[in-house]
Design a protein around this ligand. Sequence first.
Ligand code: TTP
Ligand code: MG
Length: 356
Amino acid sequence: MRIIFLVDMDYFFAACEEVRRPEIRGKPVAVGADPKAGKGRGVVMTCNYEARKYGIKSGMPVSKAYFLCKDCIFIEPDFDYYERTSGKVMDILRGYADKFEQVSIDEAYLDASNRLGSYEEAETYAKRIKDRIMEELGLPCSIGISYNKLLAKMACQEAKPNGIKIVREGEGKKFLENMDIGELYGVGKKIREKLEKEGIKTIGQLAKSNVIELVEKFGKYGIELYNYSNGIDESEVVENYEVKSIGREYTFEKDEADLKNITSKYLELCDEAIKELKSKGFEFKTVTIKVRYYDFEEHIKSTSMASPSDSEEAARKCISSLVNGIEKGKKVRKIGVRFGGLVKALGQKKLSLYFS
Ligand code: TTP
Ligand code: MG
């Protein structure tokens, strides 16, 4: 029997902020760009559950979030701090797994099949993990437990916030049956629209559909969709090397003041970093640029994507808009570009093969 856990931190960036600023606890908090009284640009990266009560969510423009809740506390992101915290979380989690796979900054699969004999034991084990992370780091998380990765991941969504949800052997199909088709792992907007056109609105309906017809519509991915909808996923928890962010830096031979030259160098670094990111099968959520002027003054600017991407065009667009904020005419010594919030490209990526 396989026993797999998916541990996902709750409202991670905002929870990290609550740890070092206890005075904001219990109040609505969003991490993202400064909303500048509704005139600010940029998006919310995440927010705590108090802010979610007002309808604020990841990917929403900060201006909109501001109007939904004017009392919300907006905090500019501190990626280094979140990555350091993530490292501590992952170090703890690794100790609880036979096989360990980090999938994003705040999420990991643990295969603990060799250590546990039943789901009852697994539940106690999950409580221990949660308590340990709370005691040592002051952070809440949710845990999904099941016999495969797909169901562990979907169970975790149900467990949120701060909970544990188990889907036992034999319960997978029933667990998924009445869920909206969009909830299924691997189903993005385009697939969802296509399925809905066919009258398939729930995961249960997809599970009962004809697999040959699915293959005709979605290619090989149709089989995967069919299996997922039936709660089937044989994939293993695989140890991966740790990649938290991918970036490039460049120091000008002579301090450079021409914004056109500076911009084109930024874009060059962007293309190189995206190439590496793609070759490693990642998608990014955040884009950061750094500028160090001749007098060693340094500025960092960041933006966040509504959803993970590995698009060169999207990356270039973000970088161009961030570069707009650079002081014109001031001599620049060194620049850097960094893509963070990396996640492994999932089914969505494969889908692009069928819908371009
Ligand atoms: P998630 O785990 O998707 O979200 P979360 O931890 O904030 O909230 P939940 O309780 O629902 O799990 O993402 C982890 C972190 O990644 C999140 O804290 C901030 C960052 N992130 C972005 O920067 N942009 C985004 O669009 C999303 C979804 C997340
Ligand atoms: Mg999370």
